[in-house]
Design a protein around this ligand. Structure first.
Ligand code: SF4
Ligand code: SF4
Length: 472
């Protein structure tokens, strides 16, 4: 596809994003406001996370970024939030200040340190499950520090662009995005050999294909449709994407905006009156739609949310989906959000065992799985992603960074990712697998990039693409 010129919508979007983002300076007034908002949103659970860490460091080896530097250990990063909480939220901290490590950022350097902590955390939850006190450092880092970083202007420009594209539904107006969507739908129609069942009301299963699904793993979108069709289900899908990768705002710590996006998405989905909503994305989209949605709406949604791998398991057990079993040396990488934060750990093993006699678990799997190092927006912070997205938006990659300082930060983040991903690649190597199957675009990109970097010859596939090819 030829590079498109930027549409007026894209030009306006970039101007708007750049007005809010500045990687230089120290906006004291914005910081005060962001800090007050973060503290007013504290509940008893977050207070426990802030108050009860004993500094034992049991969580440190769980963190992929601890292997880049000890200063990126979970407790060191979360401590930056505790400094501010003690200073503003506790009487002793107010009285004794630095004696209790109670302080607020005072300079550009302090703010840069916060941003670095935020983008050296994937919110993988590995520290949470290894802490004897159940302290979720990731939630503090991405939630509290992330919102402060973004509200003081330090968000990766590209992710802020995606956020606005999603919340304003601009993907519908960006020609290259819609071209990709239409091409995927055309190919799916050819693969099924019949018209796709778009926009049906009251279907049993609503396949929620988002814009990012079509962009990053089109063969998975087609594989999922083949499976639903061959299983003889009553299913539908939207003729146009309802969201980009909902809710992108959560990735940069904008909780309020993320909840608003979830409400809009629920309204859109509800018009179809489905009984079940099936997701392809096993990244943050899963816990948000499965667990955060009732909280955001103030009620349970009128449909059940499940991941395609959960549906595959059910269909295979019911005998509705028959697979041709191969001898592939295949393994499953648990996306942190689907496994550790979502509890979906056994279903993929069952499904992949049905697809191949050569299935093997990774040495570290399920809740103990190693993070790929790319979550929390880190996977978007590299030159390749900037160039690809620049082409699609019809702008230069330089237009997708706020300044040289942000560019330097992106390059350093990519270097650190290359260290963080190594543990995962070594684990895959030990398994002897030749195919890694997973369900999150960031995991796929990270593991494929890591394996290239460390000379491991493997294929990385989405589970819906892999299963789609094994249907009898
Ligand atoms: S959530 Fe994951 S990446 Fe973030 S601090 Fe904890 S272990 Fe490290
Ligand atoms: S978060 Fe938990 S495991 Fe980590 S240092 Fe604090 S108490 Fe120890």
């Amino acid at each position: 596809m030829e590079q498109m010129a930027p549409s007026p919508a894209v030009k306006q979007l970039l101007e708007e994003v750049k007005r809010n983002i500045s990687w230089e300076g120290f906006p004291a007034d914005k910081l005060e406001k962001a800090l007050a908002e973060a503290l007013s949103a504290l509940d008893s659970v977050k207070l426990h996370f802030l108050e009860n860490c004993v500094g034992c460091a049991a969580c440190a080896p769980a963190c992929p970024y601890y292997y880049v530097s000890e200063k990126y250990g979970p407790v060191e990063k979360a401590e930056l939030a505790r400094y501010m909480y003690r200073k503003e939220g506790t009487i002793l901290g107010k009285l004794l200040g630095p004696l209790l490590n109670a302080k607020k950022p005072q300079s550009e350097k302090d703010l840069d340190e916060i941003v670095e902590a935020v983008y050296r955390c994937t919110n993988c939850g590995a520290c949470y499950v290894s802490c004897p006190f159940g302290i979720d450092s990731g939630l503090i880092i991405k939630g509290i520090l992330g919102s402060i970083a973004t509200k003081t202007g330090r968000a990766p420009t590209l992710i802020a662009v995606f956020d606005v594209i999603e919340r304003k539904k601009l993907f519908l107006e960006i020609p290259s995005f819609m071209y990709i969507w239409n091409e995927v739908m055309k190919k799916a129609e050819q693969a099924l050999g019949k018209p796709l069942p778009f926009d049906k009301k009251g279907a049993e299963y609503f396949l929620l294909v988002n814009m990012a699904d079509a962009m990053f793993y089109p063969d998975a979108v087609i594989g999922a449709m083949r499976a639903l069709d061959r299983a003889g289900l009553d299913w539908t899908l939207p003729s146009k994407p309802l969201a980009f990768r909902p809710p992108i705002a959560a990735v940069i710590g904008l909780q309020k905006q993320a909840k608003e996006m979830i409400k809009i998405l629920d309204e859109d989905i509800s018009k179809y009156e489905p009984k079940n909503v099936v997701l392809l994305d096993g990244g943050f989209v899963y816990p948000w739609l499965r667990f955060q949605m009732p909280k955001a709406l103030g009620r349970r949604p009128s449909y059940r949310v499940l991941h395609i791998v959960e549906l595959f398991e059910k269909l295979i057990k019911e005998g509705k989906l028959k697979l041709r079993q191969t001898d592939d040396k295949v393994t499953w990488h648990d996306p942190c959000q689907l496994a550790r934060r979502g509890g979906v750990t056994e279903e993929p093993n069952f499904v992949l065992s049905a697809a191949s006699k050569g299935f093997r678990k990774l040495p570290h799997h399920g809740a103990e799985s190693y993070c790929c190092g790319g979550g929390g927006g880190i996977g978007c912070m590299n030159m390749e992603m900037l160039e690809q997205m620049g082409k699609l938006l019809g702008v230069s990659s330089k237009d997708l960074v706020a300044s040289d300082k942000e560019l330097e930060f992106i390059k350093k983040t990519a270097e650190h990712w290359s260290i963080a991903v190594k543990r995962k690649i070594d684990d895959v190597k030990k398994s002897g697998a030749e195919i890694v199957v997973t369900a999150c675009p960031v995991c796929m990109h990270s593991i494929a990039g890591g394996s290239q970097l460390y000379g491991l010859k493997i294929q990385v596939r989405h589970i819906a693409a892999y299963i789609g090819e094994h249907i009898e």
